[in-house]
Design a protein around this ligand. Sequence first.
Ligand SMILES: *Cc1c(COP(=O)(O)O)cnc(C)c1O
Ligand code: SF4
Length: 363
Amino acid sequence: MPDFAYNKSIKNILPDWHDILSSSIETSDELAKYFHVDKKKIQKVAKRYPMRINPYYLSLITRVGDPMWRQAVPDQTEIENQENRSSFEADDPLAEENQSPVPNLIHRYPDRVLFMVSSQCAVYCRFCMRKRKVGAPFAVTDETVREGINYIKKTKSIREVLVSGGDPLLLEDDDLNNLLTKLREISHVEIIRIHTRVPCTLPQRITKNLAKILKRFHPLFINIHFNHPDEITCQASRACAELADAGIPLGCQTVLLKGINNNPRVMKLLMRKLLRIRVRPYYIFHADPVKGTAHFRTSINDGLKIMAALRGYVSGMCVPHYMIDLPGEGGKVPLLPECVKGMDKSTLKVENYKGEVFEYPVT
Ligand SMILES: *Cc1c(COP(=O)(O)O)cnc(C)c1O
Ligand code: SF4
């Protein structure tokens, strides 16, 4: 049995996720009980961008500065970098606010919208592209949700709703059920896709009851967000098994992050572990130029090297697309290591995954 395999005995001792969440570390005083930290510095950052590390995610940290630590613990560079890098970075580099016909809903592509229904997360990731929004208690209200649903109802071109946030799975079961019921009542909405980090950051939230609710709203897809192989614990794999057993196709959107996963060996292991818990790698995102996240950004070359290390070397089922998000309103673009080495009237020259060049007839 792999070390992170689904273990049936765990479900009997599943603690209530509310209790875990309410014991989260949110101040530097609390953090200082576990680690040697500069309390003043951390508190200054957390005042600007909230900190939340729930005890489950805290338990994944093995030492100061490890990949889980870097994702969750405020770093002084988040606020330091702002003065001198502000021309390149923005709070909202993707101009989400401009494509927002109603608050908390983004309509960028013809047939799908991104609908933010929660401003809370189980952990506040330091690299978050919606840093400007998450953790603000009043950013999502009954009123913004109602307006969003009305917009979707009257916009017949929308075929897919991406339910996002913050983390939509931090809504209570009843609230989530009501929301999904309202979306399913709209006949032109064919697909519901939920974006969540909860199976990774608070897997105890994925209860039998939640899976039972979600199952009523098929076709429903869930895209999860894992960034490091050590996040795939036996709790996380139990959570994903619960969802997969409810017939929900699972995908993963990983963010390429310096010092966390910008390494072909780490990324390859992550992709293979994901597939084993029935989560199909969907996208690797190049980190967006969001204010306060410069220390996480890597070069495009890092990303292309990782893609070259995956393609052909691991199952095609665990090779995601490597995506950049264009600034402004351009949308997403996939990047690939170049395989076409040349073409004339009769032959195409291509390079395989081992770097060997072949000729192939054009017609
Ligand atoms: C990423 C994104 C989507 C979904 O894009 P896919 O390529 O279908 O995953 C939809 N709307 C917005 C605003 C997005 O940023
Ligand atoms: S879970 Fe997602 S939305 Fe929430 S802080 Fe992390 S990256 Fe941002």
